[in-house]
Design a protein around this ligand. Structure first.
Ligand code: IPM
Ligand code: MG
Length: 406
């Protein structure tokens, strides 16, 4: 028997459930038949998504709000700690704009793992509604249960707000590193990541989806960025020798877009050798803009952030045509909370996200002011080094130093 596709949660809302085809009484033919029905539904849904993207290409979706509402979402684990610091920082940097009502900082409650689990929703509907009232969002990390069918809140938000470009800059001036990653953020391995199929006890199948319009828009974002910033090289990263259909499509669409930018040299690499290149001192400084599908972007940006000083130092912009969400690239670090290490949390990643957000909001002066202070805090001259343990600096010491540099 295939369990129900939907069930009713405590608050009466419908919770989507994928079929868990694990019943030992089912025959192999029955497994396959059920899986095919599920697969057919996914294909129809994904083709409709591609159609919607194509149709949306021509729409003007930019927000034209008079007032900028910055939604602050705490998240889980160390999320509330770094978000408290981010809130204080923004109050300081945007004091005049807040005082005269041009900017509002608005706390969005309810995106906690406890609330999400109780409601059986990766992003509860009322929370999503509040989120959609904001112009931009700053978000702490959110926990995702392993296994089960609960989707990551990040993945849900990226999809619901159509935040297709995950832009992650990494720079280490003393090593000549100035990288910007353009990670596709709404499809690839993620789009159906919680909707795979168990076929009995012995086999499980997940799906990877790459579409033409989904790739075209991230490729355009990357090439436009390179073009506007006078960067003459974009490096496409795939594993198209193995993932022939999906990465093959990603690669060919990127090449098609590249043809529109004759001044930019496009090269293509497989993700394994690119992972090696990033730690190769004689090669890495020549790369500037990376263009990659979702999962490879996830992995390589953690590696890149580690080179910059740790995953606690990387900022992440999730950009769509209407909404934008900024976040730390690291997770909720539950062990830091369990081990009582709250005072040693690194706020750098969320501060970097604040810088990206200010720049996105057109507040270049404040972004530069913050960016300069963060560069100093990351440079060898800063006496405070956060390790996440009592052998390193405390959060408040680094924050104090950053405030002095502002
Ligand atoms: C990131 C994170 C997320 C991702 C998780 C939290 C779902 O690792 O933003 O890189 O995998 O995209
Ligand atoms: Mg990641």
């Amino acid at each position: 028997m295939v369990r129900e596709m939907t069930e009713i949660s405590k608050n009466g809302s419908e919770v989507k459930r994928e079929p868990q085809i694990k019943d030992s009484k089912m025959t192999r033919e029955e497994y396959i038949e059920k899986a095919c029905i599920h697969f057919k539904e996914l294909l129809e849904e994904q083709l409709e998504r591609a159609d919607r993207m194509k149709a949306a290409e021509k729409e003007d979706k930019a927000q034209k709000d008079d007032k900028i509402i910055i939604g602050l979402i705490d998240g889980d684990g160390i999320g509330p700690i770094i978000m408290r610091e981010a809130g204080k920082l923004l109050e300081k940097l945007l004091k005049d704009d807040i005082d005269d009502g041009r900017v509002e900082l608005r706390n969005i409650r309810g995106l906690t793992i406890e609330n999400r689990m109780a409601l059986g929703r990766s992003v509860p509907e009322d929370v999503l509604e509040e989120i959609k009232k904001c112009t931009v969002l700053l978000k702490g990390p959110t926990a995702t249960p392993k296994g089960g069918t609960m989707e990551s809140a990040n993945v849900t938000l990226r999809r619901e707000l159509d935040l297709y470009a995950n832009v992650r800059p990494v720079s280490v001036p003393e090593l000549g590193i100035d990288w910007t990653f353009f990670r596709e953020n709404t499809e690839g391995e993620y789009v159906l990541g919680s909707r795979g199929i168990d076929l009995g006890e012995d086999m499980a199948v997940d799906f990877k989806v790459i579409t033409d319009p989904g790739t075209e828009r991230i490729a355009r974002a990357a090439f436009d960025f390179a073009d506007k910033n006078g960067i003459d090289r974009v490096s496409v990263v795939t594993k198209a020798n193995i993932m022939k259909k999906t990465d093959g499509k990603f690669s060919s669409v990127c090449r098609r877009v590249a043809d529109e930018y004759p001044g930019i040299k496009t090269d293509e690499w497989y993700v394994d050798i690119m992972a090696a290149n990033l730690v190769n001192p004689s090669l890495r400084s020549q790369f500037r803009v990376f263009l990659l599908p979702n999962l490879y972007g996830d992995i390589l940006t953690d590696e890149a952030a580690e080179i910059q000083g740790g995953v606690g130092t990387g900022g992440s912009a999730n950009l769509g045509d209407r909404y934008a969400m900024f976040e730390a690239i690291h997770g909720t670090a539950p062990r830091m909370i369990e081990d009582g290490l709250q005072d040693y949390v690194n706020p750098m990643s969320i501060f970097k996200a604040c810088e990206l957000m200010l720049r996105h909001m057109g507040m270049a002066a404040q972004a530069d002011r913050l960016g300069g202070a963060l560069d100093k805090a990351l440079s060898p001259e800063c006496p405070y080094k956060i390790t996440g343990f009592p052998d390193g600096s405390r959060t408040e010491e680094l924050v104090g130093y950053i405030y002095k540099q502002l």
